[in-house]
Design a protein around this ligand. Structure first.
Ligand SMILES: Cc1cc2nc3c(=O)[nH]c(=O)nc-3n(C[C@H](O)[C@H](O)[C@H](O)COP(=O)(O)O)c2cc1C
Length: 153
């Protein structure tokens, strides 16, 4: 199985830590969203899309990448994120919708807290200092193990 993770991690590198943990388990390649060429993406069996949450959604570079794709007809994908306020039901909504509209089958979603010093939060040392921590990364690895099982079925 060939897997590629397209991600953006511009605030504190929080999401990159999660992307690495998942990539190690899956044996996946990792690429910044703006480094992915749409046509190469189609040759992978599984695609991961993740970033920090910026104003209640994933980074715009992921949406730009999706916009450049043709319909992918049932290709498997997963979503992940880190956020100051970890509410994936809300934070993943827009990306989930964009992926479905392109024909992706979403096989899993992962999220955890990420250190957030956006705006005034910086004055108080930020939210979630130290996250993702080792426990978060262990959860990410377990998530990736679960994905592997789904794909082996
Ligand atoms: C400009 C900006 C906007 C943000 N907006 C949100 C938000 O709407 N909801 C949230 O939970 N966290 C928000 N955050 C916090 C980030 O989602 C969090 O710090 C995340 O872990 C950053 O990931 P990264 O280090 O991989 O970029 C925001 C951070 C920045 C810098």
């Amino acid at each position: 199985m060939r897997a590629l993770i397209a991600y953006v991690s511009v605030h504190h590198g929080n999401t990159e830590k999660v992307a690495k943990a998942i990539a190690e388990v899956l044996g996946a390649e990792m690429r910044k969203a703006w480094e992915v060429r749409p046509e190469e993406l189609l040759s992978y069996d599984l695609l991961g899309f993740g970033s920090g949450i910026y104003y209640w959604k994933h980074h715009r570079a992921l949406f730009k990448l999706l916009d450049s794709l043709p319909n992918v007809e049932g290709k498997k994908a997963f979503i992940f994120s880190t956020a100051g306020i970890n509410v994936p039901f809300i934070n993943h909504r827009k990306l989930r919708k964009a992926l479905k509209e392109k024909g992706f089958e979403i096989v899993g979603e992962f999220s955890c807290r990420g250190w957030d010093t956006n705006g005034w939060l910086e004055k108080i040392g930020g939210l979630n200092k130290g996250h993702p921590d080792e426990r978060d990364l262990e959860r990410a690895r377990k998530f990736a193990e679960g994905l592997k099982k789904i794909l082996e079925r």
